[in-house]
Ligand binder design. Structure first.
Ligand SMILES: Cc1cc2nc3c(=O)[nH]c(=O)nc-3n(C[C@H](O)[C@H](O)[C@H](O)COP(=O)(O)OP(=O)(O)OC[C@H]3O[C@@H](n4cnc5c(N)ncnc54)[C@H](O)[C@@H]3O)c2cc1C
Length: 372
């Protein structure tokens, strides 16, 4: 069997590893010209669901690479008000020395690419497919084409594969914008940072809809490009941030970071001090989007995984973990000759439960109402 995966993101790469390990011929097509192309240096929480899926799919050498480049495990999720009075705290047991509880997205993707050089094609933007008597014919933006027995759309929230297989899906903008940033973890920053910020994921909310998340990325083995940092993310609607999208998405990184500094200007001095020493050039804005109802589709040789099928807000910390679960489930389906309809049924049911949880979390966390 020949499988073509569109998208070398988290789910697509993990699936490629799982299929290759089982001896299936696979090629991964990615629109970015190289793995370093975009700013992706932010932290992703890996849950036991994601860890289990990785263990099922990855060859041992790749799994060792993922563990080696992951962050040192954290065991805390906590909430604070703007003056750092703790509102809640939850502790999670760390399973052992090889536990992976969070990763840096860039380092994680690089680890997942281990050993895939000969099957990764960068600069290949999927545009359309046609089902044929023998399988699928795939067209790319550069005018080239490829064939496969099975096409997997692992091309993320704006999936063009989904656009063709289920054109009716609405992806909703929940109205919340995030400004992602990094505070390099120097000895001086470790002195300033509240202890909890160095231990796990902390969300600070001022009660007006303005929030900020902080979480440490302390590598076991850092990538060549950068070292340990504290992820710092400001969240709010355009109204709360005081900046419309036309301006927000045009602001240079340093001005975005100045906006973060202004927004937390009245907050606890430790938070202001952390923002003051942040890496202003690393700031970037994103829009939070979700589906409301996970779609179903009908094809014997085209399928979807991850954000392509169930885009969700990061408020449940589950998008990547669900993409990994999907990839492990699809590896099983494709290597056992199972009908793709059974895979689809489970992915839609599981995806829907998590999308709904993430919507409820987002409404609580960001103080917004998301129309169903
Ligand atoms: C800031 C942020 C923080 C997050 N934090 C967490 C977290 O803590 N825990 C968690 O579980 N999830 C988290 N998520 C969600 C998580 O990142 C996504 O759910 C996850 O990356 C989805 O994986 P995927 O493989 O489906 O898609 P992606 O990882 O988005 O990969 C899609 C890939 O497809 C490529 N592509 C797109 N279009 C095409 C095309 N036409 N042709 C070829 N290639 C294409 C893209 O370039 C990309 O490489 C977070 C998301 C964001 C934005």
């Amino acid at each position: 069997m020949k499988v073509a995966i569109m998208g070398a993101g988290i789910g697509g790469l993990a699936l490629a590893q799982g299929l290759r390990k089982a001896g299936v011929e696979v090629t991964v097509y990615e629109r970015d010209p190289s793995p370093r192309y975009r700013k992706q240096g932010y932290r992703i929480h890996i849950s036991p669901v994601g860890e289990e899926a990785l263990a099922a799919m990855l060859p041992d050498a790749v799994r060792r690479r993922v563990i080696a480049t992951a962050t040192r495990p954290g065991d805390l999720v906590a909430g604070f008000d703007a003056q750092l009075n703790q509102q809640f705290e939850q502790l999670y047991p760390v399973s052992g020395p090889d536990a992976v509880t969070s990763v840096d997205r860039y380092a994680f993707r690089r680890a997942l690419m281990t050993g895939l050089d000969d099957v990764l094609r960068f600069g290949k933007q999927f545009t359309s497919y046609a089902e044929t008597a023998d399988g699928v014919e795939i067209a790319f933006a550069d005018g080239t084409s490829a064939t496969a027995d099975v096409l997997v759309g692992a091309d993320g929230v704006g999936s063009r594969v989904r656009g063709q297989v289920v054109p009716s899906l609405d992806v909703v903008d929940i109205g919340v914008r995030c400004i992602y940033g990094k505070v390099p973890l120097t000895p001086a920053v470790r002195e300033i940072a509240p202890e909890s910020f160095l231990r796990g994921f902390c969300f600070v909310s001022d009660g007006s809809g303005l929030g900020a998340a902080f979480a440490p990325v302390v590598f076991r083995e850092p990538p060549a490009e950068y070292g340990d940092y504290l992820m710092a993310v400001l969240t709010g609607t355009n109204a709360v941030l005081g900046v419309p999208d036309e301006k927000l998405f045009e602001l240079p990184a340093t001005e975005l970071w100045a906006l973060v500094a202004r927004s937390v200007g009245e907050w606890h001095p430790a938070i202001r001090a952390l923002v003051d020493v942040g890496e202003a050039e690393a700031a970037f804005p994103i829009t939070l989007r979700t589906c409301i109802t996970v779609p179903t589709w009908s094809s014997a040789c085209v399928t979807l995984l991850g954000d392509a099928v169930h885009p969700m807000t990061p408020a449940a910390g589950a998008g990547a973990n669900t993409a990994l679960w999907d990839a492990a489930r699809l590896t099983r389906a494709l290597t056992s000759g199972e009908d793709l309809a059974a895979y689809q049924q489970e992915v839609v049911a599981k995806g829907q439960a998590i999308v709904t949880e993430s919507l409820q979390n987002a409404e609580r966390m960001f103080n917004v109402s998301i129309a169903a």
